[in-house]
Design a protein around this ligand. Structure first.
Ligand SMILES: [Fe+2]
Length: 401
């Protein structure tokens, strides 16, 4: 929901006749919040309502998925680097953590597919850990690259086409909007001068989709729809994703994490200063290479390493991407830490002191804070480093120094 965008051919007004080669095109209004929210208006050459059949589908670990029954409260480390590439951008999805606001998952596809997918449960945010490719959606082609966030609005038919079929993604599935935080918009809707990004940083679909038999296959064309955490496959005789044009405010966007403009304080700023996107009772933050805290007076200096804390109302996950993760030991690229509300957390022993005097960090990480507790799934349990929560224990000699 960034700003107005349009592609292709459009009639002069909404809801009037619009023909191509004598044929009246089908107008479809994609509306949010009933008819009161943002919307786009699309003009279909072939109506998207002519399914020839509908069949149920199951992908255990994604749909259906449920949390583990027993979950003792402690800090967690999920080693997603140990998860193998498998399936495609639909069949390769695994949900790792969940609550009623957000599901956080992983997808490491190894092959392309002709199928399209849409999530009618809410907006999705895909973070491309590695590799580039193209997001094909009803709204057109949107090339993406390594370390892009892709925001895909609820119920958008799309296909992710990683180069060589292979990619690694962290996925946030919201239950509503995943949007620009409201504090970064002025009263007229424009991004504010002090926002950590500007309109130019966001990339939009640039070209409408055209059917290509080699890439999209032959009828029946398959569209997998997720709704209420179950899947149905809708089969079409005609490829339904060719539009004459569309315009409006709802469409996918790409934003590269390296275009995020971080803020640094004289003394350490809370992680919410790195907010990038906001969902319903959760936020997504970006930690990017930056200068760090610079207070120095009367022999006392800022401590750049994050302070220990008990954020008693939020669970916090960090997905480590690149760089030196100064506050944690045993964490590697693609690790996810989950620090739940109810127990304190903070930097590992030694890392706090070691950070004093550093003037920059090259860490690259994605964080998510949720107000409701995140529950782990069986897929997360299989990847868990079960000793992580005790790795803060210090030796007796260190404690008494
Ligand atoms: Fe924290």
């Amino acid at each position: 929901m960034l700003d107005y965008h349009r592609l292709g051919e459009l009639p002069a007004k909404h809801h009037i006749t619009f023909r191509q080669q004598e044929k009246l095109l089908m107008e479809q209004c994609v509306t949010r919040e009933g008819f009161d929210g943002p919307y786009s208006i699309l003009y279909f050459r072939i109506p998207p309502t002519d399914e020839t059949s509908v069949e149920p589908r199951q992908l255990p670990g994604f749909c259906p998925v449920s949390p583990l029954e027993r979950q003792p409260l402690h800090r967690r480390h999920i080693r997603t680097q140990e998860s193998k590439h498998e399936g495609d951008f639909i069949t390769g999805r695994k949900t790792l953590m969940m609550n009623s606001d957000v599901q956080i998952g992983l997808c490491k596809p190894q092959q392309p597919t002709a199928e399209f997918f849409s999530n009618a449960d809410g907006d999705e945010c895909w973070f491309a850990y590695e590799g580039g490719g193209v997001l094909e959606s009803l709204y057109g082609l949107l090339p993406y690259r390594k370390h892009d966030y892709l925001i895909i609005p609820k119920a958008t038919p799309y296909r992710l086409h990683p180069e060589g079929g292979k990619g690694t993604f962290l996925i946030f599935e919201g239950r509503g909007f995943i949007d620009i935080p409201k504090q970064f918009r002025n009263k007229r809707g424009q991004l504010t001068m002090d926002a950590p990004f500007c309109h130019r940083d966001f990339r939009r679909p640039s070209e409408l989709l055209k059917y290509d038999a080699a890439s999209h296959g032959q009828a029946p064309f398959r569209h997998v729809v997720k709704k209420n955490d179950s899947l149905t496959v809708h089969l079409f005789k005609h490829w339904p994703w060719e539009l004459a044009g569309w315009d409006g405010y709802t469409y996918p966007v790409a934003f590269n994490i390296m275009d995020y403009q971080p803020k640094t304080g004289q003394i350490h700023l809370p992680p919410t200063y790195h907010i990038t996107f906001a969902g319903n009772d959760f936020i997504i933050c970006s930690f990017v290479p930056r200068k760090v805290d610079y207070y120095e007076r009367n022999g006392q200096k800022a401590i750049p390493c994050p302070y220990g804390h008990a954020s008693v109302d939020c669970d916090e996950i960090l997905y480590y991407v690149e760089g030196n993760f100064t506050s944690r030991r045993g964490i590697e690229s693609q690790s996810i830490s989950l620090h739940p509300a109810g127990v304190p957390h903070g930097p590992h022993p030694g890392t706090y002191e070691k950070s004093i005097g550093h003037d920059r960090t090259n860490e690259l990480a994605v964080m998510c804070d949720t107000f409701k507790p995140l529950l782990l799934t069986a897929a997360a349990a299989r990847l868990e480093d079960s000793d992580y929560h005790t790795t803060w224990v210090q030796t007796e000699s260190a404690v008494h120094q």
